[in-house]
Design a protein around this ligand. Sequence first.
Ligand SMILES: NC(=O)c1ccc[n+]([C@@H]2O[C@H](COP(=O)([O-])OP(=O)(O)OC[C@H]3O[C@@H](n4cnc5c(N)ncnc54)[C@H](O)[C@@H]3O)[C@@H](O)[C@H]2O)c1
Length: 385
Amino acid sequence: MKTHKIGVIMNGVTGRMGTNQHLMRSIAAIVKEGGVKISDGEAILPVPVLVGRNEAKLAKLAEQSGIGAAYTTDLDAALADPANQVYFDAQLTQLRAPAVRKAIEAGKHIYCEKPSGTTTEEAYELYKLAKEKGVKQGVVQDKLFLPGLLKLKNLIDTGFFGEILSVRGEFGYWVFTGHDAIPVQRPSWNYRKEDGGGIIIDMLCHWRYVLDNLFGEVKSVSCLGATHIKERIDEQGKPYVCTADDAAYATFELEGGVIAHFNSSWTVRVRRDDLLTLQVDGTKGSAVAGLRGCVIQPYGATPRPVWNPDVDQTIRFYDNWMDVPTNQVFDNGFKIQWEMFLRHVVLDTPWKYDLREGAKGVQLAEAGLSSWEKRCWVDLEALPV
Ligand SMILES: NC(=O)c1ccc[n+]([C@@H]2O[C@H](COP(=O)([O-])OP(=O)(O)OC[C@H]3O[C@@H](n4cnc5c(N)ncnc54)[C@H](O)[C@@H]3O)[C@@H](O)[C@H]2O)c1
C-alpha cells in the first residue's frame, strides 16, 4: 500500500469543535481506518500535530486520540517543519485570521473553522493571500453534509417540490446560564461581543452556505438581533454581563425568488423534531429536514384545514408526513469534508468550499449585524473571484 503522508497542524484542537469533531470524529477516525483510500493500493494518511497553549492538556488529548498524535506549544516550529503541509484552525474566531495569514506565508495549505474572519474584509483578504501564494484553501461547511440536508438536496434535485416558494429555518435550544448550579453547554466567550461572540456571527455564516448551495444565492437580508439574557456565569463560576446577541430573527431574499426566514436562538426551548429544522414549501410538496431525518408531504396528501376555533382541532398535523428512508450509511459530516479536502490537497480534485466561500458567510453575518443596527434591508455585493 502506498501512503501519502500529510502533516496536519491542528491549532485550537483542545476546544469543543477541535477535539470532538475535528480530532476524534475526523482525523483520528481517518487514521484508524488506515487513511483516505484513493485506489486499491493507495491512501492519504493525515499525520496530526496538536497545537495549543497548554502542554498538559495537549498531552492528555494526544493520549485520548488513540493514534499517538504528536503535540507542541510552539506553533512557529510546527510551521517551520516541511512535513506539515496543512494548517487547520479551530481557535477562537478572533484569533483565526492572524494565525491563518502566518500559515499561508509559511506556504501551508489552509483548512479552518467558520467564521474565517471577524470582518468580510479580513476573511476575503485571506482568500486573496492564499490564492496569490498558490496554496489550497478550505473552510468548514459541515451542515451541507448532514444526512437530513443531503436528503433535502436529493428532493430538490429530483424535482419533488415543484416551484420552491419559501424556506423556514428554526435553529436553537436552551443554553443554560450557569445559574442554579446547572452546567452550561457552550463557552462563555459566545456571549461576549468583545471576545468574538454572538449568534449572528456564529450562525449566519452557516445559513449563507446552506441557502446558496440548496436554494439560491442570498441577495439581501433583514435581521433583528437580541440579547435576551443579560447575565450568565463563566467557566470560573463568576457572573458576567452578556454583550453579544443570543437570538437572531432574519429574513433572506434569494436569487430566483425564494424567501427564507431563519430564527436562531440560544434562548428557546425545543418543540420540533430537532435542534435545526428546515421546512421547505413548494407548489407540489413540502419537506421538513432535521439533522438526520427528513419528512415529506406531497401535494396529493396535503390536508385541507378550515379555520374554526369553536371546535377542537380534528387534523393531527404531525401524522400527515412520510419519512424519507435512509437508503445509505451517512458518515460524520466533518469527516466527509476532511476527506474531500485531503483528496483535494493530494490529487487536486474539485473543491468549492474555499476561503472566498468562507468570506461570503462572514459577509452575510456582517450584513445581518448592519441590518439590525440600521433597522433596514441590506443588499449583498458579489465578492470577486
Ligand atoms: N462548524 C460548526 O458547527 C461550529 C460550531 C461551533 C463552533 N465553531 C467555531 O469553532 C471555533 C471554536 O469554537 P469552540 O466552540 O470549539 O470554542 P472553545 O472555546 O471550546 O475552543 C476554543 C479554542 O481556542 C483556543 N484558544 C487559543 N487561544 C485562546 C485564548 N486566548 N483564549 C481562549 N481560547 C483560546 C482554546 O484553547 C481552544 O482550543 C469558533 O471559531 C467557532 O465559531 C464551529
